[in-house]
Ligand binder design. Structure first.
Ligand code: IPE
Ligand code: IPE
Ligand code: MG
Length: 228
């Protein structure tokens, strides 16, 4: 079995999972965190190099204040709670997105966690928080301009160095919950990704579902515009 080097996941469906059970949406988000734990562990075991998870989009801050605040709180407590275990698993952590808009305690904990795990050599776990693919591209343009990159030296490779993931393009993109859209997740980096959509709601997703997605990935013929 060919294991994709880089898997990205749009973890969608927490709210619907909770609604089906007449529970508050946050219960779905909490259940979703349990799934994240399982998937991170599984990716480490099967040898995925990078796992990028969409935790909070640029547009998610338009939800109710209550939900946004609870999501920030959950993010903070999970970061604090899991960092030691991630260290034990040799996981590197990278948080991408517009973190400056997060509460200061979240920013501080995020920086500390990334520093603590910086020298690990196992799975790279990327968490996209307050992330938008369009923001990433604009941000890269701004930085390239600030660096004085000229029009003649700008090309795909040079530009990608300014993006959050740099040159780490995605092999397999998975979205749960039956929606078949990108919702402003990675844009540049998924130019040649294989896409896998499942109806399973994120809180019901598990290692077995991930293996199914990888099996499907193994059936794909990645031509990159060429002819075999
Ligand atoms: C995904 O689940 C998690 C976040 C966007 C934070 P949703 O909260 O979007 O769940 P649904 O789509 O309403 O079911
Ligand atoms: C995308 O899901 C964002 C995350 C999973 C973090 P949304 O639920 O926000 O996307 P839409 O609104 O259905 O497009
Ligand atoms: Mg959703």
């Amino acid at each position: 079995m060919n294991i994709p080097k880089h898997i990205a996941i749009i973890m969608d469906g927490n709210g619907r999972w909770a609604k089906k059970r007449k529970l508050p949406r946050i219960v779905g988000h909490k259940k979703g965190v349990d799934v994240v734990r399982e998937i991170v562990k599984h990716c480490g075991i099967i040898g995925v190099e990078t796992l990028t998870l969409f935790a909070f989009s640029s547009e998610n801050k338009n939800r109710s204040n209550e939900e946004v605040t609870l999501l920030f709180k959950l993010f903070l407590s999970v970061l604090k709670q899991e960092v030691e275990k991630l260290n034990k698993y040799n996981v590197q952590l990278k948080i991408i997105g517009e973190l400056s808009l997060f509460p200061i305690d979240v920013q501080k904990t995020a920086t500390e966690a990334q520093t603590l795990l910086a020298n690990n050599t196992g799975l790279t776990l990327v968490i996209a928080a307050n992330y938008g693919g369009q923001w990433d591209i604009i941000n890269a343009c701004k930085q390239a301009i600030t660096d004085g990159v000229s029009a003649t030296e700008l090309n795909e490779e040079k530009f990608s160095q300014y993006l959050s993931l740099q040159n780490n393009t995605v092999d397999l993109l998975i979205r749960s919950s039956g929606e078949q859209r990108i919702s402003n997740f990675l844009l540049w980096d998924i130019a040649y990704s294989e896409l896998h959509f499942t109806d399973t709601l994120w809180p019901d997703f598990d290692a077995e579902e991930l293996d199914k997605a990888i099996e499907s990935f193994n059936q794909r013929d990645r031509r990159y515009g060429g002819i075999k």
